[in-house]
Design a protein around this ligand. Structure first.
Ligand SMILES: [Zn+2]
Length: 267
């Protein structure tokens, strides 16, 4: 039976919301797989140990969805607590080296056995260059990492390897699988994936129209476009708004719809 156990990483913050979800898969053969490493918070390690002991299982591997700290930075602490565990992710060498464990590489469409069940690795970049989702076809479940989080939108940090075009392509790719359940790294399980994925795609299309309208109105810097769209935004949220605008402008530039010279943008 395919029954992922959600284990909280105990890292709530403005950026992570309630904190990260990690997912434990327990096999009848005593092999266990953890999806995402958390941050090494002792309560996370203790909860994991408790579930493993209950099932008389040992942690064989940790599959990390991407190298952002809230998903990967717990790897060294896990390696100490669970010495048999291997650590696997899609490579992003500059970031991976910050978390010193022996990372093994996953490839797009690779099949990984997790607790005896086949998971297909889906390279789904955009939120980060190395992002993967994991597809369990028999239950039509996707472990979505940071591709979606119910109730809010996902950060695409253009200045840190984010790429909106690739992110939208990743959402389309998940949509074509026709999943019935998404298990995200933040927030609750998503039981109507098609509706949520379509909503995300529509939301970004609407945002793109606003960016084009701002350019057409003569707003020609990232800051000016952000102020035009996010009128009255709390100053503390402005850096995130600028990242988002920049991600949209980069997409439009790549598509030949917007042009940039010396930081000035034109339609
Ligand atoms: Zn992330």
């Amino acid at each position: 039976m395919f029954n992922p156990i959600r284990i909280e990483a105990h890292n709530p913050s403005p950026m992570t919301g309630q904190g990260n979800n990690t997912y434990l898969l327990l096999g009848s053969n005593g092999e266990a797989t953890l999806i995402d490493a958390g941050v090494g918070e002792p309560r996370h390690l203790a909860d994991l140990e408790h579930h493993l002991a209950d099932a008389r299982a040992q942690l064989g591997q940790v599959l990390v969805t991407h190298a952002h700290a809230d998903h990967a930075s717990g790897a060294p602490a896990l390696a100490v607590a669970q010495p048999r565990a291997r650590f696997l992710k899609f490579p992003w060498p500059d970031e991976d080296q910050r978390y010193p464990v022996r990372w093994e590489s996953l490839r797009d469409e690779e099949l990984v056995l997790a607790a005896g069940e086949p998971l297909i690795v889906l390279h789904t970049p955009g939120h980060s260059p190395d992002h993967i989702a994991l597809w369990h076809e028999a239950s039509r479940t996707v472990f979505t990492g940071d591709l979606v989080t119910a109730g809010s939108s996902v950060m695409i940090e253009a200045s840190k390897g984010g790429d909106l075009r690739r992110y939208l392509a990743a959402l389309e790719r998940i949509l074509t699988l026709e999943p019935v359940r998404l298990l995200p790294a933040h927030g609750p399980e998503v039981s109507k994936p098609t509706a949520l994925l379509r909503h995300y795609l529509d939301h970004r299309r609407a945002r793109e129209q606003q960016v084009m309208a701002a350019l057409a109105a003569g707003r020609d810097t990232v800051q000016a476009v952000a102020e035009y769209i996010y009128d009255g935004l709390e100053p503390a949220l402005m850096p995130a708004a600028r990242e988002n605008v920049r991600a949209h402008l980069d997409k439009l530039k790549a598509e030949g719809t917007a042009f940039e010279r010396h930081g000035r943008w034109t339609p």
